[in-house]
Design a protein around this ligand. Structure first.
Ligand code: FAD
Length: 433
């Protein structure tokens, strides 16, 4: 292609589509390149999208038939041992009234496609089934476009936005992002289990359009640093589990076996009973936190979303960071177009926007969280086991005196950890959040 684009965007996920939408809306000549057959065809996530982040891009997204599954009105957390677990949940009137503006479930195949269609309607050129293989540079090293796997597929652009997700060889090619280490990513698998809407409504105590999320921590990840989840869709349940890639390699554990084990857990099995398996998906997610974020822009390019390792593991936020970073990238590109300065200096506004926003503030706040999880594997082994033992003992009613039971619990705790270790865990946990 001999055409010159104002911006070429690599990757039609939430980050890339957000930027393409806003740039096209403001009249920029923008091309969005996606390796999948269509936007969303290759994408998966747990399932919770955040309305406020989307609203900043398409204020009336609900009227534009955004393919929402269920509005999230309750969040539950299970802390599970192999045989049982604790459960807490929070439901709020505000989440019912503030329909879909807070959090809702979506399926990426439908959502990304819909979102990309909105960008197309604004004038963005969407080119699917095309893999960007490299960056084009001029003699000074400035990025001037992208190389694709299509014949005659070089494409010139004043600026390139890398929004190609966590496994981004292109970001590595900029020299800004280090090779992804196994300890900085998690591998997650997810199964979609279909169930009639009325069964979901009854099991989770919700009305047709409302839903809940469940995050499951503890021994379900077999002592590895990870988490599981269960989210309600309109007529299906998304259930998944993931753990640090380095832990998987060390333990030689198989993710799908871990998922099968989760599905048989006494707190989970009744929730998915009689469901039919519809789809099985796997994906990486960035978990290295603040320390692994690369420099966010250079001469002729910017990096957004997962490609920039933007993921808040504690709060399960990634899609909103992707959409917001895509928005900031678009605003910066529009500024650069105005001044015709696409050097790293001309794109500095992106870094300022990111620093002034919740994105880098939150990533920085939780900078110790990844190492806390990595250094305290007892959270996924002995602690849930001991907590389960304590609860089972105190809730089992027979003729054993309670003092004898307490004695047994303390003995088990002292056999696994010292008071100092427990205090260390609490202190490190406090500091990490
Ligand atoms: P992606 O969504 O990964 O999109 C990148 C796009 O680039 C893809 O479409 C890909 O096909 C394309 N691409 C890649 N390479 C190329 C190339 N060379 N050429 C052309 N195209 C290319 N976040 C939440 O907010 N809520 C959740 O509930 C949640 N749960 C998650 C559960 C799991 C199991 C996982 C894996 C992630 C979860 N996330 C969640 C995180 C969230 O999915 C990501 O943060 C978000 O998708 C990042 O968006 P993105 O646009 O940066 O990247």
């Amino acid at each position: 292609m001999n055409e010159m684009f104002d911006a070429a965007i690599v990757g039609a996920g939430p980050a890339g589509i957000s930027a393409a939408y806003l740039l096209a809306e403001r009249g920029a000549k923008v091309v969005l390149l996606e390796r999948g057959e269509y936007p969303g065809s290759k994408n998966m996530f747990g399932g919770v999208l955040y309305g406020r982040a989307l609203e900043r891009i398409i204020p009336d997204y609900l009227r534009k038939n955004c393919p929402v599954e269920r509005n999230i009105v309750e969040s539950r957390i299970f802390y599970a041992s192999q045989d049982g677990g604790f459960s807490i949940g929070y439901r709020d009137r505000a989440f019912f009234e503030d329909k879909r503006n807070n959090a809702f479930t979506v399926g990426r195949a439908k959502f990304d496609r819909w979102f990309a269609d909105q960008a197309k309607a604004k004038g963005a050129l969407i080119v699917s089934a095309t893999v960007v293989t490299d960056l084009l540079r001029d003699s000074s090293g400035r990025v001037t476009g992208v190389k694709t796997d299509r014949e005659d597929g070089d494409l010139q652009a004043k600026v390139v936005l890398l929004a190609d997700g966590v496994n981004s060889p292109l970001a590595a090619k900029t020299g800004f992002r280090r090779e992804v280490k196994p300890e900085n990513v998690a591998l997650a698998v997810k199964e979609i289990i279909s169930l009639p809407p009325e069964v979901i409504n009854e099991r989770f105590g919700v009305a047709e359009a409302d839903g809940i999320t469940v995050e499951i921590l503890g021994d379900v990840t077999w002592g590895m640093n990870g988490i599981a989840f269960l989210y309600t869709n309109r007529n299906s349940i998304s259930i998944g589990i993931g753990a640090n890639l380095a832990d998987f390699a060390e333990r030689k554990a198989k993710p799908y076996e871990m998922l099968e084990n989760l599905k048989a857990h006494p707190m989970i099995a009744p929730l998915i009973k009689d469901g039919k398996s519809k789809e099985y998906l796997a994906h990486w997610l960035p978990e290295g936190g603040y320390e692994t974020i690369p420099r966010l822009c250079g001469d002729g390019f910017l990096i957004a979303g997962d490609s920039a390792m933007l993921f808040n593991a504690l709060h399960r936020e990634g899609s909103n960071l992707a959409m917001a970073s895509g928005r900031f990238a678009a605003e910066t590109i529009l500024e650069a177009l105005q001044y015709q300065d696409f050097s790293h200096r001309g794109l500095q506004g992106y870094i300022t926007r990111m620093q002034d926003s919740f994105i880098l503030k939150d990533m920085e706040k939780y900078r110790r969280f990844p190492s806390f999880m990595e250094n305290h594997k007892e959270l996924f082994s002995s602690i849930p086991r001991l907590a389960g033992l304590a609860a089972r003992e105190m809730l089992t009613v027979d003729d054993t005196p309670k003092r004898t039971r307490q004695h047994l619990i303390w003995k088990a705790i002292r056999g696994e950890m010292t008071l100092m270790q427990l205090l260390r865990l609490l202190w490190d946990g406090w500091r990490s959040v």
